[in-house]
Every structure is written in structure tokens, then in C-alpha cells.
Design a binder for this molecule. Structure first.
Ligand code: NAD
Length: 489
């Protein structure tokens, strides 16, 4: 595991020499220390990325050449997958198979953007002008120096969603992982180094968001900030970046609804509802944490959910058979428990779950189902970011859509019904950037990802993800044999 920052192709100690402890959330053991970058490190990293962009080979390479490096990084992740998955699980707490899934997706993301980098070569769009004395075309070029700031819930995967398209586009980048989970992001530096990535193209600074993250966002030589994290920090980044008109893309939180109609297969509904909220301990921005069930199905579905939630195997993510690990850290654990207590104070009933006391150490919350949550209660309105779902009945399709859309968030939404036309109708009516029909959560590198309303700005993944790192340039020529004739008549 790395103990240094990766800047300009070298491993260096932070200028001010600080470190942060790495705590295993299942055992509370401090098992490593990561370097804590501060503003002087940000300064050096931005200068390196700037030099690599302005004068280095990277943005000038053919897309097909950049693609080779991206594929080598993908292979580097795959070659070390078991070891990296083990690190990810110790760092974040998630069950090992989930870490393996994430890392395999991260490798796939580099391969996907390698293909798109190749497609950029020779990409020219002729623009048809009304005035035929001119010929015009649009070309796309790398945007410049980009900063990626990512959260702790999918450490290497969230980093890959930004690093892969940025490198494919020809940008240079500084990656700032979450202070709680920086280990695999730092390993990405070693993988990029082994892939022979030119110096300064990818720089990795672990450290506190309020310190080094803030310094990167404020830096005038940074052209773009891609952020995934909480709403308040996202809004602050947008305000800071506005000062020098940085390009900003934001992937923020959600309180996503799952509407289940009474004609649904109850067992499928139970499984997708559980996957929608208990996967990754519910620490998922798109988690379907508000479940709306058509009244005739409600009592039986609730009963089955409580039954199955009680069977979920809670344990250390490294233990075989674990389906729910600990929450990522103490503060997240306390925060989720506070939300549950507050829900009860505001009239909710805990149908199952709450604090889990099965272990002496670690940050455990059992799969929790809340009923009777008032529509204006915090539990119904605010993102909890833990294994806590609110469930309530509805009577009509219109009511379900109204309740689903009654949120300041709009990241994701799901609908389940045997009636295809109804699913399509409800999917179109949702005010959300990602909609699932008869499922919840499956995420694909090829498809756009991002939120409506306060869930963010811009889209990641797919070809939309590449657009985040490209500028569009118009090139127009005067092609007429006749003089222009404005001044020289
Ligand atoms: P957070 O906003 O606290 O931190 C996210 C990142 O921002 C971290 O790397 C942190 O160090 C950094 N940061 C904090 N303060 C900063 C500042 N002033 N300037 C620059 N950087 C700063 O969020 P979190 O607690 O790590 O993650 C949880 C949140 O992320 C949830 O709200 C969740 O919904 C959201 N999230 C969204 C998506 C999505 O795709 N929409 C995906 C994952 C998580």
C-alpha cells in the first residue's frame, strides 16, 4: 500500500509531511497511514498537470495512442484485482464480492473509454451554413487540466468514471480521493506508472477535502472540476469555480423512489427493493430509499421484506457469505443512527433493523425498514446514505408519480409492474436522470449517469462522460472567389 503522493510521475512525500490514519470499519483497527496533501502539494501537482497539458505529448497524441495506455491501465487493474479488492474491502467495509464487482467495472470503464478515444481520431463534423461563401466544421479538443474529487462509497470505481474519460479525451488530471478511502486510488498511480503514462498526466493527491480539495478547486490553472459527493460540498465547489468560470460537473445525492404496482411478482419486488437499498450498505447515491407500494400489495410485501431483511448475513466484508458489511466510518455510522432516532421521534415505526450489536467493534447498522414516515419527515425527505428504507402505500398511479417526484433530488427512480405500457408511462413521468423498470441499481458504463434538480449537473459514463472533458471548436473558412466587399467596395 502506498505511503506517498503520485505527482509528475514520481512518488513524493507531502510538503508538510502529514498523514491520515486508515481505519478498518469492521474492526476499528488502524492498519495503514496515507499521505495528507495540503495546498503546496496542490500547487506542485497543478503545475505538473499544466506542463503536461501545455507542452507534453499527451493531448497531442492520436486517440488510438492514448487508447493503448488506457487498455494497459485496465489490464493493470485486472492483473491485481484480488489484491485490490481485498484493500477496497478493508478500507470501505463492503463485502469482497462487491469490491470485486466494482474493480472489474473500473477496468471495463478504462477499456470502454479506450474505444471512444480511438473514435475521436479524425472526428470532424461539417457544419452546413446558410451562407455558402463560407465552409465550417466543428472539431472537439481536450479541455485542459481537470480535477476529479470523489467520495468513499465506490472508491476506485468513482475515480475511474472520471480518470478514464479525461485521459481518453487528452486532458491531464489531478485525482483527489476521499480521505476515508484513498488506498485503491493511490494504487491507480502505480498502475498508471507501470503502464508508462507520460509524467504529469495523472497526479494523485490524498488528503482532506477542506484542505487540498479546496486548494485544487480554487486554483486558477485548473480548467475543470468533476465532483461526486454531497450536495453542500458540490454547491460550494460550483460557487468557488464560478470565480474563474471553471467547467464544473456535479454528481450529488438522491432520495430515489421505487414505485411498485400490485400486479408485480412479489418475490421479484422483494429482491429488487432489497438490492436497491441494502447493496453497499445503502451507501449508494442512487439507492431507492423511498418505496411506494400499491395498497393491495402493501401488507404482504412489507411482511416479506421484513422476513428477508432479517436473513441478510451481516459481517466483516472479508468473511465468506457476508451480504452487509459495516458502514464506512464512525461518523457515517453515528449519522445513520441519528437519522433512525429522529425518524422515530417524528412518528415513524421501525419495522426491523436499527443499531446492530452483534460485534464488539465496528460500525454496524442492520437492514432497516421504516413505516409511517410522514411526507414532511426528515427520513422521507433527506438522504440517509445507509441501509434504511422508508416504505408507504399508495392508491393511484397519479398519486404515486406525485409522491415520487415530490423531492428536491432527481437522481434515480424505479418502477415495477407487469403492465409494460404503465412502466413506460411512469418512467417518462419521473423527474430523474436514471430510471429503472422492473429492477433497481444496475449501472452500465455505456449509459448516461447523472441527476435532475439538486442531484447534479452534467452526465457521466457513456459518450456523455467523454463530453465533460472536451471543448468544441468551430473552424470557418471564407471560400468564395468574390471579395467580401464591406470596406473595399
Ligand atoms: P463529501 O461531499 O463529504 O465528500 C466528497 C469528496 O469531496 C471527498 O473527496 C472530500 O474529501 C471532498 N471535499 C470535501 N470538502 C471539500 C471542499 N471544500 N472542497 C473540495 N473537496 C471537498 O461526500 P461523501 O460523504 O464523501 O459522499 C457521500 C455523498 O456523495 C452522498 O451525498 C452521495 O449521495 C454522494 N454521491 C453521489 C454519487 C453520484 O453519482 N451522484 C455517487 C456517490 C456518492
Amino acid at each position: 500500500m502506498q505511503t506517498k503522493l503520485y505527482i509528475n510521475g514520481e512518488w513524493v512525500a507531502p510538503v508538510e509531511g502529514g498523514t491520515l490514519p486508515v481505519i478498518d470499519p469492521a474492526t476499528e483497527e488502524v492498519f495503514h497511514h496515507i499521505p495528507a496533501a495540503t495546498a503546496p502539494d496542490a500547487e506542485i501537482a497543478v503545475a505538473a498537470a499544466r506542463e503536461a497539458f501545455d507542452n507534453g505529448p499527451w493531448p497531442r497524441l492520436a486517440g488510438a495512442e492514448r487508447a493503448k495506455y488506457l487498455r494497459a491501465i485496465a489490464q493493470g487493474i485486472r492483473d491485481r484485482l484480488p489484491e485490490l479488492a481485498h484493500i477496497e474491502t478493508r478500507d470501505n467495509g463492503k463485502p469482497l464480492p462487491e469490491s470485486e464487482w466494482d474493480l472489474s467495472d473500473a477496468a471495463g470503464c478504462f477499456d470502454f473509454y479506450a474505444d471512444l478515444a480511438e473514435e475521436l481520431d479524425g472526428e470532424v463534423e461539417e457544419v452546413k451554413l446558410a451562407d455558402d461563401r463560407f465552409a465550417s466544421k466543428a472539431v472537439r479538443e481536450p479541455l485542459g487540466v481537470a480535477v476529479a474529487i470523489v467520495p468513499w462509497n465506490y472508491p476506485l470505481l468513482m475515480a475511474s468514471w472520471k480518470v478514464a474519460p479525461a485521459l481518453a479525451a487528452g486532458c491531464t488530471m489531478i485525482l483527489k480521493p476521499a480521505e476515508t478511502t484513498s488506498l485503491t486510488a493511490l494504487e491507480l498511480g502505480a498502475i498508471a506508472e507501470a503502464a508508462g503514462l507520460p509524467k504529469g498526466v495523472l497526479n494523485i493527491l490524498s488528503g482532506k477535502g477542506s484542505v487540498v480539495g479546496q486548494a485544487l478547486v480554487e486554483h486558477p490553472q485548473v480548467d475543470k472540476v468533476a465532483f461526486t459527493g454531497s450536495g453542500p460540498v458540490g454547491s460550494r465547489i460550483m460557487a468557488t469555480g464560478a470565480k474563474d468560470v471553471k467547467r464544473i460537473s456535479l454528481e450529488l445525492g438522491g432520495k430515489s423512489p421505487f414505485v411498485v404496482f400490485a400486479d408485480s411478482d412479489i418475490e421479484k419486488a422483494v429482491e429488487w427493493i432489497m438490492f436497491g437499498i441494502f447493496w453497499n450498505q445503502g451507501q449508494v447515491c442512487s439507492a431507492t430509499s423511498r418505496v411506494l407500494v400499491e395498497a393491495p400489495l402493501y401488507p404482504r410485501l412489507l411482511e416479506r421484506l421484513v422476513e428477508e431483511a432479517g436473513k441478510i448475513r451481516i459481517g466483516n466484508g472479508l468473511d465468506e457469505g457476508t451480504l452487509l458489511g459495516p458502514l464506512v466510518n464512525k461518523s457515517q455510522y453515528e449519522d445513520v443512527l441519528r437519522h433512525i432516532d429522529r425518524a422515530v421521534e417524528q412518528g415513524a415505526t421501525v419495522a426491523c433493523g436499527g443499531r446492530y450489536d452483534g460485534f464488539d467493534k465496528g460500525f454496524w447498522v442492520a437492514p432497516t425498514i421504516l413505516t409511517d414516515t410522514a411526507l414532511d419527515s426528515d427520513a422521507w425527505v433527506e438522504e440517509i446514505f445507509g441501509p434504511v428504507v422508508c416504505i408507504r402505500p399508495f392508491d393511484t398511479e397519479d398519486e404515486a408519480i406525485r409522491l415520487a417526484n415530490d423531492s428536491r433530488f432527481g437522481l434515480a427512480a424505479a418502477v415495477m409492474s407487469a403492465d409494460e405500457a404503465r412502466c413506460e408511462r411512469v418512467a417518462r413521468a419521473f423527474r430523474a436522470g436514471i430510471v429503472w423498470i422492473n429492477c433497481s441499481q444496475p449501472t452500465f458504463t455505456e449509459a448516461p449517469w447523472g441527476g435532475y434538480k439538486q442531484s447534479g449537473i452534467g452526465r457521466e459514463l457513456g459518450r456523455w462522460g467523454l463530453d465533460n472533458y472536451l471543448e468544441t471548436k468551430q473552424i470557418t473558412s471564407f471560400t468564395s472567389e468574390e471579395p467580401w466587399g464591406w470596406y473595399l467596395k
